[in-house]
Design a protein around this ligand. Structure first.
Ligand SMILES: [Zn+2]
Length: 105
């Protein structure tokens, strides 16, 4: 887990971002407006930093369900058990799997 320390410059930037969001503007990263769900999460982080507190974070990649690899048998989402082994497919933790087969792509 990473930690963002609230240095004086970060406190100032966080307060400015919250002021902009409170004025009705969508929070943006560069040219990209953040979608509502992400906006809500980012607001909580900004509130911590603006209050002089550290904010912990983890980073992951969001993949829309339509783009997730699916099992060739049951069409439920699958993932690699070992990211370095391109043949180690397993049903994803959130798959609705009711069968007796091994996952395959
Ligand atoms: Zn399957």
């Amino acid at each position: 887990m990473g930690v963002i320390q609230s240095t004086p410059a970060i406190v100032t930037a966080a307060r400015r971002a919250l002021d902009a969001a409170d004025a009705g503007g969508a929070l943006r990263v560069g040219d990209h407006a953040l979608p509502p769900g992400v906006d809500d999460v980012l607001r909580k982080v900004l509130e911590l930093l603006a209050g002089g507190k550290a904010a912990g974070y983890t980073v992951s990649v969001f993949v829309p369900d339509a783009e997730r690899p699916k099992c060739g048998d049951c069409r439920e989402p699958i993932e690699l058990a070992d990211p370095t082994d391109g043949e180690s497919w397993i049903h994803a933790e959130d798959a609705n799997y009711f069968g007796d087969h091994s996952a395959w792509a």
